[in-house]
Design a protein around this ligand. Sequence first.
Ligand code: 1CP
Length: 355
Amino acid sequence: MPSSTNTMSIKATKRRFLAPFTGQSLNPPPVWLMRQAGRYLPEYRATRSEAGGFLKLCYTPRLATEVTLQPIRRYGFDAAILFSDILVVPDALGQTLGFYEGEGPKLDPIRHVAELARLSPEGTGEKFGKVFETVARLRQDLPDETALIGFCGAPWTVATYMVQGEGSSDQAEARLWAYRDPEGFGTLIDILVETSIEYLDGQVKAGADCLQIFDTWAGSLPDTEFDNWVVEPTKRIVEALKEKHPAVPIIGFPKGAGASSLWYVSETGVNGIGCDTAMPPYMMGEAFDGENVVVQGNLDPLLLVTGGQAMEDRVAQILELMTGKPFIFNLGHGIVPQTPPENVARLVELVRQGT
Ligand code: 1CP
Protein backbone atom coordinates (compact mmCIF):
# COMPACT_ATOMS: atom_id res chain seq x y z
CA MET A 1 0.00 0.00 0.00
CA PRO A 2 1.17 3.57 -0.64
CA SER A 3 2.22 5.92 2.13
CA SER A 4 -1.43 6.77 2.74
CA THR A 5 -2.14 3.51 4.60
CA ASN A 6 -2.46 5.19 7.98
CA THR A 7 -5.02 7.77 6.96
CA MET A 8 -6.92 5.08 5.07
CA SER A 9 -7.16 2.88 8.13
CA ILE A 10 -8.63 5.71 10.20
CA LYS A 11 -11.56 5.94 7.80
CA ALA A 12 -11.75 2.18 7.40
CA THR A 13 -12.60 1.67 11.05
CA LYS A 14 -15.91 3.42 10.49
CA ARG A 15 -16.76 2.07 7.02
CA ARG A 16 -16.06 -1.61 6.42
CA PHE A 17 -16.18 -1.02 2.66
CA LEU A 18 -12.81 0.74 2.99
CA ALA A 19 -11.07 -1.99 5.02
CA PRO A 20 -9.80 -4.02 2.02
CA PHE A 21 -7.87 -0.93 0.89
CA THR A 22 -5.78 -1.20 4.03
CA GLY A 23 -4.86 -4.76 3.08
CA GLN A 24 -7.52 -6.49 5.19
CA SER A 25 -9.62 -9.33 3.89
CA LEU A 26 -13.09 -9.36 5.40
CA ASN A 27 -15.31 -12.40 5.63
CA PRO A 28 -17.99 -11.68 4.52
CA PRO A 29 -16.56 -9.17 2.04
CA PRO A 30 -18.10 -5.73 1.50
CA VAL A 31 -20.74 -5.67 -1.25
CA TRP A 32 -22.23 -3.12 -3.63
CA LEU A 33 -23.49 -3.52 -7.20
CA MET A 34 -22.84 -1.43 -10.29
CA ARG A 35 -26.10 0.31 -11.35
CA GLN A 36 -27.60 -0.53 -7.97
CA ALA A 37 -29.87 2.48 -8.47
CA GLY A 38 -31.86 2.18 -11.67
CA ARG A 39 -34.79 0.97 -13.64
CA TYR A 40 -35.15 -2.46 -11.96
CA LEU A 41 -36.46 -0.60 -8.88
CA PRO A 42 -40.07 0.69 -9.01
CA GLU A 43 -39.17 3.56 -6.67
CA TYR A 44 -36.43 4.65 -9.14
CA ARG A 45 -38.93 4.70 -12.00
CA ALA A 46 -41.27 6.83 -9.90
CA THR A 47 -38.57 9.38 -9.00
CA ARG A 48 -37.33 9.49 -12.59
CA SER A 49 -40.79 10.34 -13.85
CA GLU A 50 -41.15 12.99 -11.14
CA ALA A 51 -37.89 14.51 -12.45
CA GLY A 52 -39.25 14.49 -16.02
CA GLY A 53 -36.11 13.11 -17.64
CA PHE A 54 -32.83 11.36 -16.96
CA LEU A 55 -30.56 14.41 -17.13
CA LYS A 56 -32.93 16.44 -14.96
CA LEU A 57 -32.70 13.63 -12.43
CA CYS A 58 -28.89 13.84 -12.51
CA TYR A 59 -28.91 17.62 -11.99
CA THR A 60 -31.59 17.86 -9.28
CA PRO A 61 -29.70 17.22 -6.01
CA ARG A 62 -32.81 16.34 -3.99
CA LEU A 63 -33.92 13.68 -6.49
CA ALA A 64 -30.43 12.36 -7.32
CA THR A 65 -29.88 11.94 -3.58
CA GLU A 66 -33.17 10.12 -3.25
CA VAL A 67 -32.40 7.56 -6.00
CA THR A 68 -28.90 6.98 -4.60
CA LEU A 69 -30.40 6.16 -1.20
CA GLN A 70 -33.15 3.86 -2.50
CA PRO A 71 -30.99 0.71 -2.89
CA ILE A 72 -29.24 1.44 0.42
CA ARG A 73 -32.60 1.48 2.23
CA ARG A 74 -33.66 -1.77 0.58
CA TYR A 75 -30.48 -3.77 0.78
CA GLY A 76 -28.03 -2.05 3.13
CA PHE A 77 -25.11 -2.20 0.72
CA ASP A 78 -21.71 -1.32 2.20
CA ALA A 79 -21.32 1.51 -0.32
CA ALA A 80 -23.61 3.91 -2.14
CA ILE A 81 -22.61 5.19 -5.58
CA LEU A 82 -23.47 8.75 -6.47
CA PHE A 83 -26.35 8.79 -8.95
CA SER A 84 -25.13 10.53 -12.07
CA ASP A 85 -23.78 9.44 -15.45
CA ILE A 86 -20.42 9.39 -17.19
CA LEU A 87 -21.89 11.63 -19.92
CA VAL A 88 -22.38 14.52 -17.47
CA VAL A 89 -18.78 15.44 -18.38
CA PRO A 90 -19.39 16.09 -22.12
CA ASP A 91 -22.68 17.74 -21.21
CA ALA A 92 -20.91 20.11 -18.79
CA LEU A 93 -18.28 20.77 -21.47
CA GLY A 94 -21.06 22.08 -23.70
CA GLN A 95 -21.60 19.17 -26.10
CA THR A 96 -25.30 18.75 -26.86
CA LEU A 97 -26.63 15.62 -25.09
CA GLY A 98 -30.05 14.02 -24.86
CA PHE A 99 -31.31 10.74 -23.40
CA TYR A 100 -34.26 9.29 -25.27
CA GLU A 101 -36.49 6.50 -24.02
CA GLY A 102 -35.36 3.13 -25.36
CA GLU A 103 -32.58 4.67 -27.46
CA GLY A 104 -29.86 5.59 -25.00
CA PRO A 105 -27.76 8.76 -25.21
CA LYS A 106 -27.44 10.93 -28.32
CA LEU A 107 -24.71 13.56 -28.67
CA ASP A 108 -23.83 15.97 -31.44
CA PRO A 109 -20.68 14.11 -32.59
CA ILE A 110 -17.19 15.63 -32.56
CA ARG A 111 -15.01 13.98 -35.19
CA HIS A 112 -12.31 16.47 -35.99
CA VAL A 113 -9.83 18.52 -34.01
CA ALA A 114 -11.42 21.78 -35.26
CA GLU A 115 -14.71 20.73 -33.66
CA LEU A 116 -13.10 20.70 -30.21
CA ALA A 117 -13.69 24.47 -30.24
CA ARG A 118 -17.33 23.61 -29.41
CA LEU A 119 -16.21 22.52 -25.95
CA SER A 120 -15.72 25.00 -23.12
CA PRO A 121 -13.62 23.45 -20.34
CA GLU A 122 -13.91 26.64 -18.28
CA GLY A 123 -17.72 26.43 -18.24
CA THR A 124 -18.31 23.21 -16.31
CA GLY A 125 -18.88 24.86 -12.92
CA GLU A 126 -22.65 25.19 -12.92
CA LYS A 127 -23.45 21.60 -13.86
CA PHE A 128 -20.66 20.06 -11.79
CA GLY A 129 -21.86 22.20 -8.88
CA LYS A 130 -25.21 20.37 -8.91
CA VAL A 131 -23.42 17.02 -8.72
CA PHE A 132 -21.20 18.21 -5.86
CA GLU A 133 -24.31 19.39 -4.02
CA THR A 134 -25.76 15.88 -4.40
CA VAL A 135 -22.57 14.37 -2.97
CA ALA A 136 -22.70 16.73 0.02
CA ARG A 137 -26.35 15.90 0.71
CA LEU A 138 -25.60 12.21 0.42
CA ARG A 139 -22.78 12.34 2.92
CA GLN A 140 -25.22 13.94 5.36
CA ASP A 141 -28.08 11.53 4.71
CA LEU A 142 -26.23 8.22 4.40
CA PRO A 143 -25.75 6.02 7.45
CA ASP A 144 -22.33 6.66 8.93
CA GLU A 145 -21.16 3.13 8.17
CA THR A 146 -21.97 3.39 4.44
CA ALA A 147 -19.16 4.52 2.17
CA LEU A 148 -19.89 6.90 -0.69
CA ILE A 149 -18.37 6.20 -4.11
CA GLY A 150 -17.90 9.06 -6.55
CA PHE A 151 -17.09 8.30 -10.17
CA CYS A 152 -16.36 9.41 -13.68
CA GLY A 153 -16.00 7.71 -17.03
CA ALA A 154 -12.43 7.15 -18.17
CA PRO A 155 -11.34 9.56 -20.94
CA TRP A 156 -11.27 6.78 -23.57
CA THR A 157 -14.80 5.57 -22.85
CA VAL A 158 -16.26 9.08 -22.61
CA ALA A 159 -14.50 9.99 -25.87
CA THR A 160 -16.09 7.00 -27.66
CA TYR A 161 -19.52 8.50 -26.99
CA MET A 162 -18.44 12.05 -27.83
CA VAL A 163 -17.00 10.98 -31.19
CA GLN A 164 -19.60 8.37 -32.17
CA GLY A 165 -22.50 10.51 -30.95
CA GLU A 166 -24.16 7.47 -29.35
CA GLY A 167 -23.44 4.04 -27.92
CA SER A 168 -21.94 1.57 -30.39
CA SER A 169 -20.77 -2.02 -30.37
CA ASP A 170 -17.32 -1.32 -31.87
CA GLN A 171 -16.48 2.33 -30.97
CA ALA A 172 -15.34 2.63 -34.61
CA GLU A 173 -15.39 6.42 -34.98
CA ALA A 174 -13.15 7.06 -31.95
CA ARG A 175 -10.76 4.28 -32.95
CA LEU A 176 -10.55 5.64 -36.50
CA TRP A 177 -9.85 9.18 -35.31
CA ALA A 178 -7.20 7.90 -32.88
CA TYR A 179 -5.42 6.02 -35.71
CA ARG A 180 -5.81 8.78 -38.30
CA ASP A 181 -4.83 11.74 -36.14
CA PRO A 182 -3.37 10.70 -32.76
CA GLU A 183 -2.38 14.25 -31.96
CA GLY A 184 -5.84 15.72 -32.52
CA PHE A 185 -7.52 12.84 -30.69
CA GLY A 186 -4.95 13.30 -27.91
CA THR A 187 -6.16 16.88 -27.50
CA LEU A 188 -9.66 15.59 -26.77
CA ILE A 189 -8.22 13.06 -24.30
CA ASP A 190 -6.22 15.86 -22.61
CA ILE A 191 -9.38 17.92 -22.16
CA LEU A 192 -11.09 14.90 -20.63
CA VAL A 193 -8.17 14.16 -18.30
CA GLU A 194 -8.18 17.73 -16.94
CA THR A 195 -11.97 17.90 -16.67
CA SER A 196 -12.16 14.49 -14.96
CA ILE A 197 -9.58 15.59 -12.38
CA GLU A 198 -11.62 18.71 -11.63
CA TYR A 199 -14.80 16.62 -11.45
CA LEU A 200 -13.40 13.92 -9.13
CA ASP A 201 -11.60 16.46 -6.95
CA GLY A 202 -14.90 18.28 -6.43
CA GLN A 203 -16.65 15.02 -5.53
CA VAL A 204 -14.02 14.20 -2.90
CA LYS A 205 -14.16 17.71 -1.45
CA ALA A 206 -17.95 17.35 -1.20
CA GLY A 207 -17.65 14.04 0.71
CA ALA A 208 -16.95 11.04 -1.57
CA ASP A 209 -14.70 8.55 0.21
CA CYS A 210 -13.80 6.32 -2.72
CA LEU A 211 -13.72 6.87 -6.51
CA GLN A 212 -14.35 4.55 -9.44
CA ILE A 213 -13.20 5.19 -13.01
CA PHE A 214 -15.46 3.37 -15.49
CA ASP A 215 -13.68 2.31 -18.69
CA THR A 216 -16.46 0.29 -20.25
CA TRP A 217 -14.84 0.17 -23.71
CA ALA A 218 -11.23 -0.45 -22.64
CA GLY A 219 -11.46 -3.86 -24.34
CA SER A 220 -11.85 -2.43 -27.85
CA LEU A 221 -8.20 -1.34 -28.16
CA PRO A 222 -5.11 -3.37 -29.12
CA ASP A 223 -2.11 -3.15 -26.80
CA THR A 224 -0.32 -0.01 -27.99
CA GLU A 225 -3.57 1.92 -28.27
CA PHE A 226 -4.64 0.54 -24.90
CA ASP A 227 -1.49 2.02 -23.49
CA ASN A 228 -1.99 5.44 -25.11
CA TRP A 229 -5.69 5.93 -24.54
CA VAL A 230 -6.57 3.79 -21.50
CA VAL A 231 -3.48 3.44 -19.31
CA GLU A 232 -1.78 6.82 -19.75
CA PRO A 233 -4.84 9.07 -19.25
CA THR A 234 -6.00 6.99 -16.28
CA LYS A 235 -2.54 7.19 -14.75
CA ARG A 236 -2.60 10.99 -15.04
CA ILE A 237 -5.97 11.17 -13.31
CA VAL A 238 -4.87 8.78 -10.54
CA GLU A 239 -1.63 10.70 -9.97
CA ALA A 240 -3.39 14.04 -9.70
CA LEU A 241 -6.02 12.69 -7.31
CA LYS A 242 -3.40 10.91 -5.18
CA GLU A 243 -1.55 14.15 -4.83
CA LYS A 244 -4.64 16.02 -3.67
CA HIS A 245 -6.30 13.22 -1.67
CA PRO A 246 -3.86 10.42 -0.81
CA ALA A 247 -6.32 8.69 1.53
CA VAL A 248 -9.08 8.23 -1.05
CA PRO A 249 -8.88 4.86 -2.81
CA ILE A 250 -9.48 4.70 -6.56
CA ILE A 251 -10.98 1.66 -8.30
CA GLY A 252 -10.37 1.21 -12.03
CA PHE A 253 -12.84 -0.77 -14.13
CA PRO A 254 -11.21 -1.45 -17.51
CA LYS A 255 -13.96 -3.68 -18.88
CA GLY A 256 -12.81 -6.23 -21.41
CA ALA A 257 -9.12 -5.60 -20.72
CA GLY A 258 -8.49 -9.29 -19.94
CA ALA A 259 -4.78 -10.05 -19.60
CA SER A 260 -3.96 -6.34 -19.94
CA SER A 261 -5.64 -5.72 -16.56
CA LEU A 262 -2.36 -6.58 -14.84
CA TRP A 263 -0.46 -3.98 -16.83
CA TYR A 264 -3.27 -1.52 -16.16
CA VAL A 265 -2.98 -2.10 -12.40
CA SER A 266 0.78 -1.77 -12.20
CA GLU A 267 0.97 1.29 -14.46
CA THR A 268 -2.02 3.39 -13.38
CA GLY A 269 -1.55 3.01 -9.61
CA VAL A 270 -5.24 2.29 -8.94
CA ASN A 271 -6.02 0.83 -5.50
CA GLY A 272 -8.78 -1.45 -6.74
CA ILE A 273 -9.42 -3.37 -9.94
CA GLY A 274 -12.96 -4.09 -11.15
CA CYS A 275 -13.11 -7.44 -12.94
CA ASP A 276 -15.73 -8.06 -15.60
CA THR A 277 -17.76 -11.22 -16.11
CA ALA A 278 -15.23 -12.78 -18.49
CA MET A 279 -12.45 -12.89 -15.88
CA PRO A 280 -12.31 -16.47 -14.50
CA PRO A 281 -12.72 -16.30 -10.70
CA TYR A 282 -9.57 -18.39 -10.14
CA MET A 283 -7.67 -15.65 -12.00
CA MET A 284 -9.31 -12.94 -9.91
CA GLY A 285 -8.01 -14.88 -6.93
CA GLU A 286 -4.44 -15.31 -8.16
CA ALA A 287 -3.49 -12.91 -10.92
CA PHE A 288 -3.28 -9.83 -8.70
CA ASP A 289 -1.46 -11.41 -5.76
CA GLY A 290 1.44 -9.21 -4.77
CA GLU A 291 0.02 -6.19 -6.63
CA ASN A 292 -1.33 -4.47 -3.50
CA VAL A 293 -4.67 -4.05 -5.17
CA VAL A 294 -8.21 -4.79 -4.04
CA VAL A 295 -10.10 -7.05 -6.44
CA GLN A 296 -13.77 -6.31 -7.14
CA GLY A 297 -16.25 -8.42 -9.08
CA ASN A 298 -17.63 -10.31 -10.89
CA LEU A 299 -21.01 -12.11 -10.90
CA ASP A 300 -22.72 -12.13 -14.30
CA PRO A 301 -25.63 -9.61 -14.11
CA LEU A 302 -27.74 -12.13 -16.03
CA LEU A 303 -27.30 -14.70 -13.25
CA LEU A 304 -28.85 -12.08 -11.01
CA VAL A 305 -31.82 -12.05 -13.39
CA THR A 306 -32.02 -15.86 -13.30
CA GLY A 307 -31.49 -16.29 -9.56
CA GLY A 308 -32.01 -19.75 -8.10
CA GLN A 309 -29.41 -22.48 -7.75
CA ALA A 310 -27.25 -21.26 -10.65
CA MET A 311 -26.75 -17.93 -8.91
CA GLU A 312 -26.21 -19.53 -5.50
CA ASP A 313 -23.51 -21.87 -6.83
CA ARG A 314 -21.61 -19.15 -8.61
CA VAL A 315 -21.72 -16.79 -5.62
CA ALA A 316 -20.37 -19.60 -3.41
CA GLN A 317 -17.57 -20.27 -5.89
CA ILE A 318 -16.53 -16.61 -6.08
CA LEU A 319 -16.61 -16.22 -2.29
CA GLU A 320 -14.55 -19.32 -1.80
CA LEU A 321 -11.86 -18.36 -4.29
CA MET A 322 -11.60 -14.85 -2.86
CA THR A 323 -11.53 -15.76 0.84
CA GLY A 324 -8.41 -14.42 2.51
CA LYS A 325 -7.85 -11.72 -0.14
CA PRO A 326 -8.71 -8.02 -0.04
CA PHE A 327 -11.94 -8.34 -2.00
CA ILE A 328 -15.19 -6.46 -2.70
CA PHE A 329 -18.15 -8.40 -4.05
CA ASN A 330 -19.82 -6.87 -7.11
CA LEU A 331 -21.19 -7.81 -10.52
CA GLY A 332 -19.05 -8.03 -13.65
CA HIS A 333 -21.14 -5.21 -15.18
CA GLY A 334 -24.24 -3.19 -14.23
CA ILE A 335 -27.61 -4.53 -13.06
CA VAL A 336 -30.00 -4.83 -16.01
CA PRO A 337 -33.57 -3.41 -15.89
CA GLN A 338 -35.31 -6.83 -15.96
CA THR A 339 -33.64 -7.91 -12.68
CA PRO A 340 -36.17 -9.03 -10.06
CA PRO A 341 -35.51 -6.92 -6.92
CA GLU A 342 -35.99 -10.01 -4.72
CA ASN A 343 -32.99 -11.67 -6.41
CA VAL A 344 -30.85 -8.74 -5.31
CA ALA A 345 -32.06 -9.25 -1.73
CA ARG A 346 -31.13 -12.93 -1.95
CA LEU A 347 -27.71 -12.11 -3.40
CA VAL A 348 -26.90 -9.75 -0.54
CA GLU A 349 -28.07 -12.41 1.95
CA LEU A 350 -25.78 -14.99 0.32
CA VAL A 351 -22.75 -12.72 0.31
CA ARG A 352 -23.38 -11.74 3.94
CA GLN A 353 -23.26 -15.41 4.94
CA GLY A 354 -19.60 -15.40 3.89
CA THR A 355 -17.71 -18.69 3.69
O1 1CP B 1 -33.57 5.84 -18.44
C1 1CP B 1 -32.85 5.75 -17.47
O2 1CP B 1 -33.27 5.83 -16.30
C2 1CP B 1 -31.41 5.67 -17.80
C3 1CP B 1 -30.65 4.45 -17.46
C4 1CP B 1 -29.32 4.94 -16.88
C5 1CP B 1 -28.95 4.90 -15.53
C6 1CP B 1 -29.72 4.33 -14.37
C7 1CP B 1 -28.30 5.59 -17.61
C8 1CP B 1 -28.28 5.95 -19.05
N1 1CP B 1 -27.30 5.94 -16.71
C9 1CP B 1 -27.66 5.52 -15.44
C10 1CP B 1 -26.92 5.76 -14.19
C11 1CP B 1 -25.47 5.48 -14.16
N2 1CP B 1 -24.65 5.36 -15.25
C12 1CP B 1 -24.71 5.33 -13.00
C13 1CP B 1 -25.32 5.57 -11.62
C14 1CP B 1 -24.90 4.92 -10.47
C15 1CP B 1 -25.22 3.44 -10.29
O3 1CP B 1 -24.38 2.63 -10.71
O4 1CP B 1 -26.23 3.12 -9.65
C16 1CP B 1 -23.40 5.06 -13.41
C17 1CP B 1 -22.20 4.76 -12.55
C18 1CP B 1 -23.37 5.08 -14.83
C19 1CP B 1 -22.16 4.91 -15.64
C20 1CP B 1 -22.28 4.77 -17.11
N3 1CP B 1 -23.11 5.44 -17.99
C21 1CP B 1 -21.43 3.96 -17.89
C22 1CP B 1 -20.28 3.16 -17.33
C23 1CP B 1 -20.72 1.89 -16.71
C24 1CP B 1 -21.41 0.89 -17.61
O5 1CP B 1 -22.57 0.59 -17.34
O6 1CP B 1 -20.76 0.41 -18.55
C25 1CP B 1 -21.80 4.10 -19.23
C26 1CP B 1 -21.16 3.43 -20.44
C27 1CP B 1 -22.86 5.05 -19.27
C28 1CP B 1 -23.52 5.57 -20.51
C29 1CP B 1 -24.97 5.30 -20.47
N4 1CP B 1 -25.83 5.98 -19.65
C30 1CP B 1 -27.09 5.48 -19.80
C31 1CP B 1 -27.04 4.42 -20.76
C32 1CP B 1 -28.22 3.63 -21.24
C33 1CP B 1 -25.69 4.29 -21.14
C34 1CP B 1 -25.13 3.26 -22.11
C35 1CP B 1 -25.33 3.67 -23.51
C36 1CP B 1 -24.79 2.71 -24.56
O7 1CP B 1 -23.60 2.39 -24.57
O8 1CP B 1 -25.60 2.32 -25.40
